[in-house]
Design a protein around this ligand. Sequence first.
Ligand SMILES: [Zn+2]
Length: 426
Amino acid sequence: MSSQPLLPQERLLSSSNPKRRMILTTILVPLLLIAGIVFVSIKGDGKPKDNLGLAKYYLQSSPVIDGHIDLPEFARAFYGNDITKFDLNKPTKGHVDIPRIRKGSLGAFFWSIFVECRDDNGIDFLNPTFQVRDTLEQIDVSFNLIEKYSDTFAFASTSDQVEMVIKQGKVASMFGLEGGHMLGNSLAVLRMYHKLGVRYMTLTHSCNNAFADSAGIFESVEERWGGLSKFGRVLIPEMNRLGVIVDLSHVSDKTALQALSITRAPIMLSHSAARHFNNMSRNVPDDILAKIGRGKHQVDGVVMVNFFPVFASANPDEVDVAYIADEIEYIVGKTSKHHVGIGSDFDGIESTPKGLEDVSKYPHLFAELLKRGWTEHDLSLLAGGNFLRVFKGVEDVSKKLQSDGWTPSQEIYDKRIDLKPIEWEL
Ligand SMILES: [Zn+2]
């Protein structure tokens, strides 16, 4: 890993005219160096001296990339997706609006594309539902908000685009799908979501689906497949081929372990707390953390830490900035500083940690970690550097598989009967 910040400061000398560049190099550089030395000796290095000021200073060049924000769900739940009914330039009743995004140095986030699990899907998950329609509505409302506030947001579906949008001073907006139940049992639907910009998918939400078993939300659910179904074992290579990141938040332990053994690409947990702190099936256990890394028998990945106090602790009232920092350091201890990130779950959680009440507060978490000895480089990895490495890794695998001749999977969920060819009488 480079020791540069996620987004290095613009170089001083960027002129493309060689003559002008030479003049700049020979005259300006020595002058600037002398001035710099004089300035530093008189004034110091210009960096704030307090942790919060320094955290904000570092976040300017390596802003937060949040793995999971439920702004689209907020729009649906409170305003029926009517974007004329609320104004993101003013304080919202949620955790996210533009002034607070700016204050918190949020540089990019995954807009969570989510509709609820249905409990009447039937044992084979074949009962008709509106989940694909509703998912498309959540993608639509996300695009509508990005376009309405195009001075702030810009859609991004590649790692290069994320970096470019951040450099432009806008908030890179990526889409993550929260649950395989939104595919309607169809890999074709996954491919269409990918064309619409979806770049990660949690294999499940809080219900089992045709592909995999879920962890349940507050307690585990009875398993249906013992981890991945036969179809789920086809889904993962198809996600690898497309470049949709396999997200192991929300899945059962067996699903996670089996997915880790199948995937050819790095993985993520977009918004997970550590089970060590709260023995809840929704949280990531140590044996799964042990599989994440870049060693032998490990898979590269990033664990983006969820802020919801109810997941973080059996005593949610105790959860504050220091507690979330403890969780991050615990995950670092089980993996390394190359495998942590932020996945707040803002706008999708009913309570927040003390001191991390909304998107304006990220710098307080980074200040806490500075106090504990984290360096600028460490913080840039946590803020977004680790996620970008994973995203690039997934993109590389996708390109490789496609250049190796992998074509769209023609697999159909074997319990479907509607796609059977008819007998033609010609
Ligand atoms: Zn979730």
